[in-house]
Write a protein that binds this ligand. Structure first.
Ligand code: FAD
Length: 515
């Protein structure tokens, strides 16, 4: 084994969780290698090419682009080639009950809601004031990953000074968002309830009756926290962040699937499609059961690991439409994001509720000038999907895709009528391309309960072996998974051997495999 094949840390999977971990570790001086099975990075937030068109695989919109936020800081620090389109309106929300063009200023949204017929104005204003306090306190943690566990003395001092700001969070713990609406006397105001049910479905992955209030209140600000369209697609951001990893001395190995992991005396042996590598620290950006399947030594997994997988299993997969359409007459060709509900009397899933994002007309690498790509997703409840026989799964997914087309046609005919190319994807497609077991892509739904607060610390599987990604706090989204990666990096840095605050790691590892 040459020193070339030895790293301080190996990270498996170049989704945003793996990228965040690798970049953050490389910045701290670790010799890192990030392995990705696909030809491109980004995973669920990658951008792929088919028939000359470039589509976003899943994620289409990200927050965290303001200069003081994680992606904004990285873009500036490394001079990354990322152009952003700031959106106005943020989202075109269309449903059978209410249509709202969600403005890019929150005050304008509140004003709009207050002007609706029979709006309980005072309750709405009081609710949003409270929501803003909770969101400010929680987003500060995303904007400064040092404030999330593991804490150092400096962070604890910062937390102590901020304590009064945390009081509104404490008041809402173990409450659903619907209970909070009730407290403000606005739970009967249907337009707001429908908007929040739809928003919760795409952020905390459940409806407002189920959602743990602090998380739901914080993610209500999703559109107002440095949220933008990345020109070139989310995969362009992933690519540029991988360049930043190499600028920091790290390595990114694409098309190099990890096939097995073994424990060695002082670390881990990682077998990949193209060779064998050794590392002291191992970080898996995969789901718990994928990680367990890769491990070839005997190990006693921590109890929380199987429970985490059960929680993921109780969540979601997705069905997709990837379309290309001519730019509708009268539109300006900017990237647009649409959230549509066919019938507000039916569950917000299985094609009845879809999220649709277009590319911008400027992105001629994604579709020819005069055309735009559309990535459209809907939630597939995993328990229901898994309960179907193999013969039933195909017709079920066909039905969901048809319902997605119907919702697009009814709520957004201007785009639907312009479509000239279409492709579909199902849980099986996600399983095949991202290797996520069973096609599970939704992370863990943030349903009401104390349990979320017991799981805030970095997840260690064994000595020097960690889990990142959207099954780990803070959970789903490009920003959240990258933030999770920064926390793991911080935790590893704290425990790593140092001399004069410099790492002393890159030593020859003994490749004897432990039993
Ligand atoms: C349909 C859909 C829409 C979404 N919309 C948004 C959105 O608009 N905004 C937002 O912020 N978030 C959105 N999300 C959520 C977001 O995409 C995910 O939470 C996030 O991208 C997950 O990142 P990850 O790093 O945890 O996992 P992944 O993205 O799954 O990354 C894991 C990586 O590991 C690789 N891999 C797997 N096995 C191996 C192996 N053995 N060896 C090497 N590599 C391996 C995979 O190829 C993959 O690249 C959406 C998700 C979906 C599915």
């Amino acid at each position: 084994m040459t020193m070339q094949n030895q790293y301080d840390a190996i990270i498996i999977g170049a989704g945003f969780g793996g990228i965040g971990t690798a970049l953050s570790l490389a910045e701290k001086g670790f010799k890192v290698a990030l392995f990705e099975s696909l030809r491109y990075p980004g995973g669920c937030a990658g951008t792929f090419t088919r028939r000359g068109y470039r589509f976003e695989a899943g994620a289409t919109l990200s927050s965290g682009f303001d200069e003081q936020q994680l992606f904004g800081k990285w873009i500036k620090k490394y001079g990354l080639d990322i152009q952003l389109e700031w959106l106005s309106p943020m989202i075109h929300f269309r449903s059978s009950t209410i249509d709202i063009d969600i403005p890019s200023e929150k005050d304008a949204l509140i004003q709009y809601l207050c002007e609706l017929p029979n709006a309980p104005k005072e309750g709405i204003r009081a609710f949003f004031k409270h929501q803003g306090q909770v969101a400010d306190a929680l987003w500060a943690l995303f904007d400064d990953p040092d404030l999330l566990p593991p804490w150092n003395l400096q962070a604890l001092i910062k937390h102590a000074m901020r304590f009064p700001k945390y009081l509104p969070i404490l008041r809402n713990m173990n409450r659903s968002l619907a209970q909070v609406l009730q407290r403000f006397g606005i739970d009967d105001f249907k337009p707001l309830k429908i908007y929040l049910d739809a928003l919760c479905q795409i952020t905390v992955q459940c409806n407002s009756d189920q959602a743990e209030a602090p998380f739901a209140l914080a993610t209500m600000d999703y559109y107002y926290r440095g949220t933008a369209h990345a020109v070139g697609g989310m995969g362009k951001l992933a690519n540029e962040l991988c360049k930043a990893i190499t600028l920091c001395g790290g390595e990114v190995h694409l098309s190099n699937k990890v096939k097995g992991i073994k424990r060695i005396d002082e670390g881990y042996q990682v077998e990949t499609r193209k060779g064998t590598y050794l590392c002291k620290y191992l970080i898996s950006n995969l789901l718990p059961e994928q990680t367990m399947a890769l491990y070839k030594s005997s190990i006693k997994w921590p109890k929380w690991l199987e429970k985490t997988q059960e929680d993921v299993d109780a969540g979601w997969s997705a069905a997709m439409l990837y379309l290309v359409a001519e730019t509708p007459p009268g539109t300006d060709g900017k990237a647009e994001h649409w959230q549509m509900v066919h019938s507000t009397d039916e569950p917000f899933m299985e094609g009845n509720h879809i999220f649709c994002s277009t590319s911008s007309i400027k992105e001629t690498d994604r579709a020819p000038f005069g055309s735009q790509t559309l990535t459209i997703s809907t939630h597939i409840p995993m328990k229901k999907f898994l309960s179907l026989s193999d013969e039933e799964k195909g017709p079920y997914i066909d039905k969901v895709h048809n319902r997605m087309r119907e919702t697009l046609q009814t709520r957004c005919p201007e785009w639907s009528e312009q479509v000239y190319f279409a492709m579909t994807a199902s849980p099986r497609t996600f399983e095949r391309f991202t290797s996520r077991s069973k096609g599970l892509v939704g992370g863990i739904p943030k349903t009401k309960g104390w349990h979320h607060y017991m799981q805030l610390g970095p997840k260690k599987l064994a000595s020097h072996f960690y889990l990142v990604g959207d099954s780990i706090f803070p959970g789903q989204s490009t920003l959240a998974t990258a933030t999770g990666g920064c926390r793991i990096a911080e935790s590893i840095w704290r425990s790593a051997p140092k001399k004069n605050n410099q790492l002393v790691l890159t030593t020859a590892l003994n490749s004897k495999v432990s039993s």
